[in-house]
Design a protein around this ligand. Structure first.
Ligand code: UGA
Length: 475
C-alpha cells in the first residue's frame, strides 16, 4: 500500500513519520509546496522540534518515508491525507471566527487534477468545520471527465496529538477516530484506513463513526479541553481574592472520577494554534445554524482566556508601582507550552505586547524560540505605531535565564519549562534590581520559598500574603 500526505507541518510530518515507523510495508510520501520546509525535513535539522521525532524520522527516511515538493507524488497514494492548516479567517465573511478553507479547497483541486484513474481514499486530517467533506466531495467529483475515471471516498480522521508529546500521543493514542459514509464503499474505506492504524493501535481504540460525528468530535474535544482551562482560570481569580489555593482546588475537583485530574492547571491562559481557532470555528458554525445561545456559550471560553492574559499583564504593571517604562523585565518562556518552539497564540505574546505598550524592556529567554519568531508574533499583534517601534529597541533575546534576569526588576514566568522549576532563584535575586518582583503565570513555584529569598511575588490562583482577614460575600 502507498500513502501520500499533503502538508508537512506539525500534524502531517509527525503523523506520517509514525505511520512509516509502525508500517514498514507501507511507503509514505509527504508533499509540501514549501521547498524550504521539505529541505528541512530532508536535513539533519527538522523544521519542528518535537521530543523523539528526530529518531523516528531518521530511522525511516529514505526507506519508506519520503518528503518531496514533487506534486506528481500525490497521485501515487492509495490513501491521500490532507493535513494543511485551516487558520481563522482574517478577512471577509466570517472574519475572526470562521476557518479559512482555501488550502483545503486547493488541495482538493490538486488531487482532482492529478488523479486520473483508480479509487482513492481521501482523508481529512486537518481540523475542519462540520460538513467540510461535502465541499471536498463536490470538488473531486466535478473533475470527472472523459480523461479521468478516478473515484473517491472521503474520510474524516482528525488528529488528537498535542505538541510536545506528539510522538507518545501518536504511538499510544487514547483513540483513533475514523468517520465515513455509512454505505458499502464508505464502510470499506473506513476499514482500509483502520487496517493501517491496526498495525499498532488495538481495535477497541479505533472508533468508527459517520462523517459528521467525526468532524464535529474534533471541534468539540478541543472546545471541552479549553473550557476546562477557562473554568479553572475563572476559579483562580476567586482564589486570589479569598485565600483559596487554585492547585488545592484543582486537586480536590480532579479526584472526582467523573471529572478526572487532567487539564485543570491554572495558567496565564491557553495558547497554541488550535484551541482558540477551533472554538471560534464552533461559534461560527453555531451562528450559521441560527443557534445564538450555543455560540454565545462557547465564545465565553475565549473571552475568559483573554481576560486571564490581560489581568496578569495588568497585575504586573500595577504591582511594579504602575510604572514599568524603561524597566528590564525578564520573560521566562515565550512558547505556548513547554517542549515546543511553537509560539502560535501563545499567551506570552499578549503579555509582552502589554508590557511593551508601557515601555518596558523585555529580556526574553526561551530554550526553543528564536528572535525572528518573537518579533513576527509581536509585530502581528501590535498595531499601534509607537509600540511597534519599541519591538526593535526594547525586545532582547538571551541564551540563558540568568542572562535575562541580570539587572532586571522582575521575572515573569510564561511557559512551564522544567528548568524554571529547578532554577536557583537566590542566584537570580542577587543580580536583580530591588525590590525584585516575581510573577508566576504557570503556578510553577512555591510562593513562600520565593518570598523567603526576598522576592515580591504574584502567583496565579494564590492569594497575596497581604490578604486581610476579610469576609467579602455580600459586600
Ligand atoms: C491541543 C489538544 O490537547 C490536542 O488533543 C489536539 O490534537 C491539538 O490541540 C490540536 O487540535 O491540534 P496542543 O494545542 O498542542 O493540543 O497543546 P495542549 O497540551 O492542549 O495545550 C494547549 C494550551 O493549554 C497550552 O498553552 C497549555 O499550556 C495550556 N494548558 C493546558 C493549561 O493552561 N492548563 C492545562 O491544564 C493544560
Amino acid at each position: 500500500m502507498k500513502i501520500t500526505c499533503i502538508g508537512a507541518g506539525y500534524v502531517g510530518g509527525p503523523t506520517m513519520a509514525m505511520i512509516a515507523l509502525k508500517c514498514p510495508h507501507i511507503t509514505v510520501t509527504v508533499y509540501d509546496l514549501s521547498t524550504e520546509r521539505i529541505a528541512a525535513w530532508n536535513s539533519d535539522k527538522l523544521p519542528i522540534y518535537e521530543p523523539g521525532l528526530e529518531e523516528v524520522v531518521f530511522q525511516c527516511r529514505g526507506k519508506n518515508l519520503f518528503f518531496t515538493t514533487d506534486e506528481s507524488a500525490i497521485a501515487n497514494g492509495d490513501i491521500i491525507f490532507i493535513a494543511v492548516n485551516t487558520p481563522t479567517k482574517t478577512y471577509g465573511v466570517g472574519k475572526g471566527h470562521a476557518a479559512d478553507l482555501k488550502y483545503i479547497e486547493s488541495c482538493s483541486r490538486k488531487i482532482a487534477e492529478l488523479v486520473k484513474s483508480g479509487h482513492k481514499v481521501v482523508v481529512e486530517k486537518s481540523t475542519v468545520p462540520v460538513r467540510c467533506s461535502v465541499a471536498i466531495r463536490k470538488i473531486l467529483s466535478s473533475y470527472a471527465s472523459s480523461t479521468s475515471t478516478a473515484t473517491f471516498s472521503i474520510l474524516s480522521n482528525p488528529e488528537f496529538l498535542a505538541e510536545g508529546t506528539a510522538i507518545s500521543d501518536l504511538s499510544n493514542p487514547d483513540r483513533v477516530l475514523i468517520g465515513g459514509d455509512q454505505d458499502a464503499l464508505g464502510l470499506e474505506s473506513i476499514e482500509k484506513l483502520a487496517s493501517v492504524y491496526a498495525n499498532w493501535v488495538p481495535d477497541k481504540k479505533i472508533l468508527r463513526t459517520n462523517l459528521w460525528s467525526s468532524e464535529l468530535s474534533k471541534l468539540a474535544a478541543n472546545a471541552f479541553l479549553a473550557q476546562r482551562i477557562s473554568s479553572i482560570n475563572s476559579i483562580s481569580c476567586i482564589c486570589e481574592a479569598t485565600g483559596a489555593d487554585v492547585d488545592e482546588v484543582a486537586r480536590a475537583i480532579g479526584t472526582d472520577t467523573r471529572l478526572g485530574p487532567k487539564f485543570l492547571k491554572a495558567s496565564v491562559g491557553f495558547g497554541g494554534s488550535c484551541f482558540q481557532k477551533d472554538i471560534l470555528n464552533l461559534v461560527y458554525l453555531a451562528q450559521c445554524l441560527n443557534l445564538p445561545e450555543v455560540a454565545a456559550y462557547w465564545e465565553t471560553v475565549v473571552t475568559m482566556n483573554e481576560y486571564q492574559r490581560r489581568r496578569f499583564a495588568e497585575k504586573i504593571i500595577r504591582s511594579m508601582f504602575d510604572t514599568v517604562g524603561g524597566k528590564s523585565i525578564a520573560i521566562f518562556g515565550f512558547a505556548f507550552k513547554k517542549d515546543t518552539g511553537d509560539t502560535r497564540e501563545s499567551s506570552a505574546i499578549t503579555v509582552c505586547a502589554k508590557l511593551l505598550e508601557e515601555g518596558a524592556v523585555l529580556n526574553i529567554y526561551d530554550p526553543k524560540v528564536t528572535m525572528e519568531m518573537i518579533k513576527l508574533e509581536l509585530e502581528y499583534l501590535i498595531s499601534d505605531e509607537r509600540t511597534r517601534k519599541l519591538i526593535a529597541t526594547n525586545v532582547k533575546l538571551f541564551d540563558s535565564a540568568l542572562g535575562a534576569s541580570k539587572g532586571a526588576h522582575a521575572i515573569v514566568v510564561l511557559t512551564e519549562w522544567d528548568e524554571f522549576i529547578t532554577a536557583n532563584y537566590a542566584e537570580h535575586y542577587e543580580q536583580m534590581v530591588k525590590p525584585a518582583f516575581f510573577f508566576d503565570g504557570r503556578c510553577l513555584l512555591d510562593q513562600r520559598q520565593l518570598q523567603s529569598i526576598g522576592f515580591q511575588t504574584f502567583v496565579i490562583g494564590k492569594a497575596s500574603p497581604a490578604l486581610r482577614d476579610e469576609f467579602f460575600y455580600g459586600n
